[in-house]
Structure formats: C-alpha cells, structure tokens
Design a binder for this molecule. Structure first.
Ligand code: NDP
Ligand code: OXD
Length: 315
C-alpha cells in the first residue's frame, strides 16, 4: 500500500517531510511510481491529465491546495473521494494577505511608494477603515476568517456566496440575484472564490463597473480589486482597461490567467497594481503532510474524511 506524490514542483520536499512524519508509509514520487497496483493514496497538485487513472487501486486523492480546479480539469479523474487542504496555517496566511492588501489600498500606499521613489514628501488624504466597505467574494473558510480580521480593523463588511450565509457583522448576499447589490456597495472587492465553470472570468469589466456605485468616501479615489482566489476568475485585459479608464483605482493580484505571469504583461509596470507570485497562502510541507497523514489514518480507520470536495459543485 503506497502513497504517490504527483504534480507539484515541490513533490520531493513533500516526500521528505512525509517520510519524516510517517516513517511507515511507502512513498513514491511521480514518475517513479513502481508497480501501479501498489498506489492507494495520491497527494496531488496539477497532475498531468490522465495520469491518475493509471492507478487501478487508488482510493483517495488529497489536494495540496484548498482549491481543486487543478484536479477537476482532468476529464479522466478517477471517481474516488477528494479531500482539499484546510488548515489553520493556510487560513492564517490568507487572512494576512487579505488584511494587508485591504489596508494597503485604504492607506493609498501605492501612491506613497511612488512618491518615495521620487523623493517627494506630500500629504494625501485617506479614508478611515470604518469609512471603507470591503466586499468578500466567497464566504467559505478563507472569506469568513478574513472577515473576522477585517472587522478588528473597523472596515464595514459585506460578502457574497453561492448559498445564503448569515454571519454576524457581515451584510450577506447570495447568488446571481444578490450580486449587483453586493457590488454596488463594495469599495474594496476581495475574492477568494474557487475556480469553477460558474466563476470563470467573473472578475471582468462589466463586474468592475458595478463596484462602489453609491456611498464611497470621497477620500478613497476609486474601487479596488484584490484577487487571491484563482487567475481564471479574472480577465486581465479588462482589469487594465478599467484602471486606465479610472473605473478601478488599484489592484492586488496573487493569481493570474497564466502563471508565471509573462514578462510582457503590462500589469508588471502599472504603479497601482501589486503583484505576488501565487503565494497569498502557501501549503507548507509540514502542515500539508500532517494533514495528509491525518486523512489517510481516517480513511484506514473507516472514519469520515474531512473537507470532502463536492464534484458536482466543483469545489
Ligand atoms: P470554500 O469552499 O470554503 O469557500 C468557497 C466560497 O466560494 C463559498 O462561500 C462558496 O459559496 C463560494 N462560491 C463558490 N462558487 C460560487 C459561485 N458560483 N457564486 C458565489 N459564490 C460561490 O473555499 P476556501 O475558502 O477554503 O478557499 C477558496 C479558494 O481560495 C480556493 O478554492 C482557492 O482557489 C483559493 N486559494 C488561493 C490560495 C492562494 O495562495 N492564492 C491559497 C488557498 C486558497 P457557498 O458558501 O455557498 O458554498
Ligand atoms: C490553494 C493554493 O488552493 O495554494 O491552496 O492556491
């Protein structure tokens, strides 16, 4: 009975951590699989399409990430349970990212960084946090944890999800019917949506134009987009066009349509676009292997698995 680690550039690092934490486990790293019949478990990040169907005794797939779009894109994905990675370490990192970037734009830091580059000492008025409305797109594990942290800074909070949520201190909207009202009162839009057929390309010009339609504090120059969900949610040409047209004041992007972001992308040189290399929340080898070993132990004991993916919803 063996575990296969497949897809991630960090597979050997995960294997080393897993060997240390679970010395009894037989661990193989793709493509050195040994006899394919041995493989019962797979720890996967973006495996080559069709690769997992080659293991006839596979019983469980553990996603290296909270998102599972990297698995769902495989038309031949075996019909076995998939658990996604949910851990306080990962969530805490995402909360830090969302909090940092909400504050960064509320405090107009892109402008101050540019002024510093030019050695210019210049006052710029800023809104207070309680004068700014942050809209959380996605109210799952990440969105709800971010809401708690943002509340402590005093931001006004609203959120949007597929099913109706009821979260204290957050004005909640749901589904297509609630989207426009959610956007109209949102100044800083922070997305932690999963990438599914329904959410692909949702962060487009049409959506950006609906942001912050009423009640924006005059000291915030315009709406802001923060995307830490997936690059496939956003239309980069639309984001640039909206920035140029003044429909968007600034953006923080951690994920991109194509990763790594090509050197030729005009996003790199925009003064009010912050770019990070898909590291809003890292799956560290210690945390992911601890989590994976727990799921394998539960599976072997016949206990319920945690954070099971609903294939029909796609997340
Ligand atoms: P969850 O499954 O806990 O939450 C997903 C949220 O998105 C839910 O509130 C869900 O609604 C909502 N949602 C899904 N589809 C739709 C839709 N069509 N319309 C409206 N709302 C929708 O996921 P997590 O919070 O754990 O993670 C979210 C995503 O964050 C991951 O899928 C991944 O893509 C990304 N991520 C990125 C990282 C990075 O480093 N950049 C790191 C970790 C995660 P409902 O509540 O009704 O189910
Ligand atoms: C994730 C990620 O989905 O790191 O966890 O992107």
């Amino acid at each position: 009975m063996a575990l296969l680690i497949i897809g991630s550039q960090r597979s050997q690092e995960f294997a080393a951590a897993a060997r240390e934490a679970g010395p009894d486990l037989d661990i193989r790293v793709w493509p050195e699989t040994g006899p394919v019949e041995d493989i019962r478990y797979a720890l996967a990040w973006g495996p080559p399409k069709g690769a997992l169907k080659g293991f006839p005794n596979l019983q469980l797939i553990i996603s290296v990430g909270a998102g599972v779009d990297h698995l769902m894109r495989d038309p031949d994905l075996p019909d076995v349970p998939i658990v996604r990675y949910v851990d306080p370490d990962l969530t805490g990192r995402m909360v830090g990212y969302i909090g940092l970037h909400a504050l960064l734009h509320q405090r107009r830091m892109c402008e101050f960084i540019e002024l510093k580059r030019q050695r210019i000492w210049q006052y710029r008025p800023e809104p207070a946090a309680h004068e700014v409305r942050v809209g959380l797109m996605g109210l799952g594990v990440m969105g709800q944890a971010a809401a708690k942290a943002l509340k402590a800074f005093g931001f006004q909070l609203r959120g949007w999800s597929r099913s109706q949520r009821n979260i204290e201190g957050v004005e909640c909207f749901a589904g297509a019917a609630g989207l426009d009202a959610f956007l109209a009162g949102t100044d800083i839009l922070a997305s932690t949506l999963p990438l599914t057929p329904e959410t692909k390309g949702i962060l487009n010009r049409d959506l950006i134009r609906k942001l912050s339609q009423h009640g924006r504090h005059p000291r915030l120059p315009g709406p802001v987009l923060v995307n830490a969900g997936r690059g496939g949610l956003q239309v980069e040409a639309d984001i640039l066009a909206a920035l140029e047209a003044g429909e968007l004041y600034a953006a923080s992007l951690d994920v991109f349509e194509k990763e790594p972001l090509p050197e030729t992308s005009p996003l790199w040189s925009h003064p009010r676009v912050v770019i990070t290399p898909h590291n809003a929340a890292e799956s560290t080898s210690q945390s992911i292997t601890r989590y994976m070993l727990r799921q394998i132990a539960r599976h072997q004991a016949g206990e319920a698995l945690e954070n099971l993916v609903d294939r029909a919803r796609g997340y």
